[in-house]
Write a protein of this length. Structure first.
Length: 309
């Protein structure tokens, strides 16, 4: 055993319990000094304590009543949390949940030269994996937790220890699940970023190349991913969003058809009317009239008003 390995294995379960107890000072949920870190202390059996989580979570659970220590990798669930099945004031259940950026997982995995197939964002396999903690993983967890207690350590060392912790988890039997979850979360994040950009820029020309650029993907990779996640091509999605926004604006009755068309990215009024009729079964003017919101469109060239078609 190398000197470094010997130092690693000097960390014991007692060290982990000490760090968890120091961070989880009160009963229930305790906010950590690092983004996405939550500590838990339970002194009696409890119902689940749920918190909102939208990314990968790595949990460390110390059941001091029976001296068991588990590592839990969770993904896909809209909420994450902790539940104590057996605990007492003398021997509490202590836990820490760490929400991890999927991009960090992919970055560490790339450095490990893991097989690309583990990045596939499928829906098969487990989304919650539980296993015991060995000395190597326990040491990395303790180092990370200790670094949160000192400001300078938290700024300099905590990011490095977090990367090490992810690396240790990827070395274990959670690798396939963690990589798959990271792939799915990264895909969801990319698509969410693209749809947010679309919603904020409907009045502008929106091409696949421009959308792909926003999420740092090639146009072909973006189109494939977008269709997989939404069931529609980017073009179909943009058109649907434009027409739905146009219908909402017309229903508000504050803008004429020409202004609405321009505000949702249709420079051609005739094209807008054609697309609107195909989608909703009536022209924009007919839609307005049917709701008693008749409007007159001001033509930019003459400044006169003409009835909406």
């Amino acid at each position: 055993m190398s000197a470094a390995s010997a130092i690693e294995y000097q960390v014991t379960s007692a060290d982990l319990i000490t760090e968890l107890a120091a961070q989880a000072k009160t009963e229930g949920v305790n906010a950590g000094a690092w983004p996405g870190v939550t500590f838990y202390r339970f002194t009696q059996p409890t119902e689940p304590q749920w918190d909102d989580t939208r990314t990968i979570s790595i949990g460390i659970v110390a059941q001091t009543c029976n001296d068991t220590f588990d590592c839990v990798v969770i993904g896909k669930w809209p909420h994450g949390g902790c539940q104590a099945f057996d605990a007492s004031p003398e021997r509490p259940c202590l836990c820490v949940r760490l929400d991890v950026d999927p991009q960090l997982v992919r970055q560490v995995a790339a450095g490990m030269a893991l097989c690309d197939s583990t990045f596939e964002a499928d829906d098969h396999g487990e989304d919650c994996v539980v296993s015991g903690i060995d000395g190597v993983l326990m040491s990395s967890v303790v180092r990370f937790l200790r670094s949160l207690s000192v400001d300078s350590d938290r700024r300099v060392l905590a990011p490095l220890y977090l990367q090490e912790l992810v690396y240790r988890v990827l070395q274990r039997d959670q690798t396939a699940s963690l990589m798959r979850i990271a792939a799915r979360q990264s895909a969801m994040n990319c698509v969410a970023a693209a749809t947010d950009y679309i919603a904020a820029h409907l009045a502008e020309p929106l091409t696949v190349s421009e959308l792909a650029k926003q999420v740092s993907l090639s146009p072909s990779a973006f189109s494939r991913l977008f269709r997989e996640m939404t069931g529609r091509s980017p073009y179909q999605f943009v058109k649907e969003q434009r027409l739905m926004r146009a219908r909402d604006l017309l229903g508000q009755g504050r803008l004429g058809v020409t202004d609405v068309a321009r505000s949702v990215g249709y420079p051609s009024l005739s094209h807008f009317i054609k697309e609107f009729r195909a989608r909703f079964g009536s022209s924009p003017g007919e839609f307005v009239e049917a709701r008693g919101l008749s409007r007159r469109v001001r033509t930019p060239r003459t400044g006169t008003s003409t009835p909406v078609a």
